[in-house]
Design a protein around this ligand. Structure first.
Ligand code: NAI
Length: 294
């Protein structure tokens, strides 16, 4: 298969990294998955294999296709093993210094021609790329959760990103079955910038006592046609991811009041009620089924 990047690595085997690795393997790339938490990459791989087994059982993937996918993806434990990759996609914690440190390290390992992409939701691609000797090779490649279902990818050019890097990433998104949208490097890019209106305003509605969160979700789904209400979306993403994104966009826009994060999410984050991943968010998830919290 003539795929744009033949050997790629995904760093971070969490919700996003797994999904990105899945799409890359399905596009025909050989994929390495790595995570700093011992066992996380292996668990990610096992979850993907299980998913492909289910698709096979449903007749949506034949045995050869499933075996091909499983053989194309591998968990590795050291960064040195990424040396031959022509693309590395980073999907680790949303922290500028941690991402910069990773990119600095990656540049000492991969070839000078390798593309280094970040799945950051809100951080400046330009600021991440600043860690590199060759910032032109770095771009934002921003997927949405859950990756296999959300078919849009923002391709974000930082200040020094070479246009060819964005073109190659956009082509590759197409090979993954996704649609690339070019965005300028601004806080939150397109979707998370627009999403402030959806999430932050919904939190204000609840904070001001206009309606409860379940009503807001129901109305926005029934009347405005959204697939998920803003509180369902916060539960899906997890407040450990989405609250820092709110803070990051707010600060990058010099404390613009319309982007101010909410104490409601700050408090829930402090309590560890992160969403689906902890079994309790705005709703409760005892068996993975969504129920309203009392
Ligand atoms: P997650 O918490 O599910 O996974 C992050 C993984 O990265 C964890 O397994 C962690 O062990 C690993 N990790 C942390 N630091 C590392 C390091 N230095 N080296 C290697 N591995 C490291 O997070 P999630 O949700 O997958 O998010 C990852 C990135 O994707 C973040 O930048 C986030 O803002 C972005 N993003 C998240 C979306 C979401 O809805 N969850 C949507 C779009 C982007």
């Amino acid at each position: 298969m003539n795929v744009n990047f033949s050997k790629i690595a995904v760093v971070g085997a969490g919700a996003m990294g797994r999904g990105i690795a899945q799409m890359a393997a399905q596009a025909g790339s050989e994929v390495l998955l790595v995570d700093s938490m011992p066992g996380a990459a292996e668990r990610g791989l096992a979850a993907l294999a299980e998913q492909w087994d289910k698709l096979h059982a449903k007749g949506r993937l034949d045995a050869a296709e499933r075996d091909g996918l499983v053989s194309r993806i591998r968990a590795v434990t050291t960064m040195q093993e990424l040396a031959a990759c022509d693309l590395v996609i980073e999907a680790i914690i949303e922290d500028l210094e941690v991402k910069r440190q990773l990119f600095r390290e990656l540049e000492t390992i991969v070839a000078p021609t390798a593309v280094l992409a970040t799945n950051t939701s809100s951080l400046s691609v330009t600021a991440i790329a600043r860690a590199l000797q060759h910032p032109g090779r770095c771009a934002g490649f921003h997927f949405f959760n859950p990756v296999p279902l959300m078919k849009v990818v923002e391709v974000v050019a930082g200040f020094k990103t070479e246009p060819e890097v964005c073109t190659r990433l956009a082509d590759y998104a197409g090979q993954m079955g996704h649609k690339a949208v070019q965005a300028r490097d601004t806080p939150g890019f397109i979707v998370n910038h627009a999403g402030r209106g959806y999430g932050t305003e919904a939190l204000r509605i609840v904070g001001e006592g206009v309606a409860d969160f379940a009503t807001v979700d129901r109305i926005l789904k029934d009347q405005a046609g959204f697939r998920l209400g803003p509180f369902e979306l916060l539960d899906l993403t997890g407040l450990d991811v989405s609250h820092p994104v709110m803070e990051s966009i707010y600060h990058q826009y010099y404390e613009e009041p319309r982007f101010r994060p909410s104490v409601i999410t700050a408090q829930r984050l402090a309590a560890g009620a992160l969403g689906r991943k902890t079994g309790e968010g705005f709703y409760r998830y005892p068996d993975g089924a969504m129920q309203q919290a009392p």
